[in-house]
Design a protein around this ligand. Structure first.
Ligand code: NYM
Ligand code: MG
Length: 206
């Protein structure tokens, strides 16, 4: 059986990641795939609750301490994510280590220092970047409710994301409509899943 694919959606706040993740999970399920959604930060764990308190301004934390908590929140999910991938379940992931590095570096922390705690995490097989100009993000509902949701920081975050971008990233123009983006994301994801299934068949023939 083919290992599940790890599909990541990244981007600034209000780019539409959560909407697209939900639509992608539903579409793949409809087509009979085993698929699950993962979201970072995962606010349901003990570490996640600390992160939530920080993001909602209920708690102050040192910039490095919160950076490490975001990373720990990924590490605590690792065994389960690996188990699911091995069992052939595809994971659709809403934010991951790129968000960790982009936000903390934008706040002024050193880029290399920020990357270090995430070294060794399972790697995505496919990364989409939903790119939205900050002025557009600001117009969308809810912007400004949580920490980090202000123009200056978001602009810096977007710059760091674009600095982190590799040629494998699939760039999605997040000014496009929800169905247009979904169509593109689904198509590229299905190609990636098919590629994984083909690789597994060849491996069995060896
Ligand atoms: N965020 C998210 C970080 O600063 N570091 C991280 O490692 C992750 C995963 O948390 N503004 C920031 C980005 C968001 C905020 O995310 C909450 P969301 O997707 O709005 O729940
Ligand atoms: Mg948010």
């Amino acid at each position: 059986m083919a290992r599940g694919r790890f599909i990541l959606l990244e981007g600034c706040d209000r780019a539409g990641k959560s909407t697209q993740c939900a639509k992608l999970v539903a579409a793949l399920q409809d087509k009979g795939h085993a698929v699950e959604l993962c979201k970072f930060p995962d606010r349901t764990t003990t570490i996640g609750q600390m992160i939530h308190a920080y993001l909602t301004n209920a708690k102050e934390l040192d910039d490095k301490a919160i950076h490490l908590l975001f990373s720990a929140n990924r590490w605590e999910a690792m065994q389960q994510m690996k188990r699911k991938l091995r069992a052939g379940t595809h994971l659709i992931v809403d934010r991951y280590a790129y968000s960790g590095v982009a936000f903390s570096t934008a706040k002024g922390l050193d880029l290399t220092w920020c990357k270090n705690p995430d070294r060794g995490l399972v790697r995505p097989d496919l990364t989409f970047f939903l790119d939205l100009p900050t002025v557009e993000a600001e117009k969308r509902g809810g912007f400004g409710e949580e920490r980090y949701e202000n123009r200056e920081l978001q602009e810096k975050v977007r710059e760091v994301f674009l600095q982190l971008k590799s040629k494998e990233w699939v760039m999605i123009d997040a000014r496009h409509s929800v169905p247009t983006m979904h169509h593109e994301i689904l198509k590229v994801t299905e190609d990636k899943i098919r590629e994984g299934e083909r690789d597994a068949e060849f491996a069995e023939e060896d």
